[in-house]
Design a protein around this ligand. Structure first.
Ligand code: FPP
Length: 241
């Protein structure tokens, strides 16, 4: 394959899975897997942006994850509070946004979210979308409520509601995913970005997230490049990625 034919997906999304198993395999507490997972995320996000990916979405915490043991949830919340802003990286110029419901979150979490968003709001090169207290169906329902509200207020004519307009009502208006990766060998999308995943190429490496390396991402890109994206057509690529 010629180098200039090599396609870089515009939007990559990752379901960060396998932290608990990574720790358990080593006789460690599950929380140690989350700690290591954070280090991996810091590294891999920079690498992914350096490859020219415009948007990176990650599933950091689902609404359902609140059902875990209190000890694990508390550990994760503290990890998020301390580390969200450590994802800010001057070199990659990424705007960090958070997608998900903001209700029922502690003040400390809300402050950490706000500070991180505020500090990066003028960054232009990339978008780092952190899905937190996130559910794909909730994303669609919340968008629908905003659409109904705008229609009632006369701000939107229902006849002008296209798929692209609908996208703008989703959390942060995040567009379609090109490449969706779930680590750890699980083969499902678990309520992650359901609307935006409609035509995503999916890749399910068995690597547990804390072990997911730059080389693993390069392999994902190679797999993506071998796929023939048809978008329901015969042999048609909708866009050049
Ligand atoms: C799923 O693995 C992972 C999570 C629920 C948490 C993911 C969080 C991180 C990687 C840290 C990110 C940090 C920031 C600041 C965004 P699991 O616990 O379900 O693993 P298992 O399936 O092996 O049990």
């Amino acid at each position: 394959m010629l180098d200039n034919d090599y396609k870089i997906p515009s939007h990559v999304a990752i379901i960060l899975d396998g932290n608990g198993r990574w720790a358990t395999k080593r006789g460690l507490k599950r929380s140690m897997g989350h700690k290591e997972g954070f280090e991996t995320l810091k590294n891999i996000s920079n690498y992914i942006f350096s490859k020219g990916v415009k948007i990176l979405s990650v599933f950091a915490f689902s609404t359902e994850n609140f059902k875990r043991d209190k000890e694990e949830v508390d550990y994760l919340m503290n990890l998020f509070i301390k580390n969200f802003k450590k994802l800010i990286n001057k070199k990659n110029d990424a705007k960090i946004v958070f997608s998900g419901r903001r209700d029922n979150l502690s003040k400390e979490i809300l402050d950490a979210i706000e500070e991180t968003e505020e500090k990066t709001k003028n960054n232009k090169s990339h978008i780092f979308n952190i899905c937190f207290n996130y559910g794909g169906r909730a994303d669609i329902i919340d968008a629908t409520k905003k659409i109904v509200d705008d229609c009632q207020k006369g701000k939107l004519d229902i006849n002008n509601l296209t798929e692209d307009v609908y996208t703008q009502y989703l959390y942060n208006g995040i567009p379609d995913i090109d490449l969706l990766i779930r680590t750890s060998g699980e083969v499902r999308i678990s309520n992650f970005m359901l609307y935006q995943a409609a035509y995503a190429e999916m890749y399910f490496p068995s690597t547990l997230f804390p072990d997911f390396s730059n080389d693993d991402f390069d392999l994902a890109l190679d797999v993506y490049n071998k796929r023939n994206r048809r978008f329901g057509g015969i042999n048609y690529e909708k866009k050049n990625n």
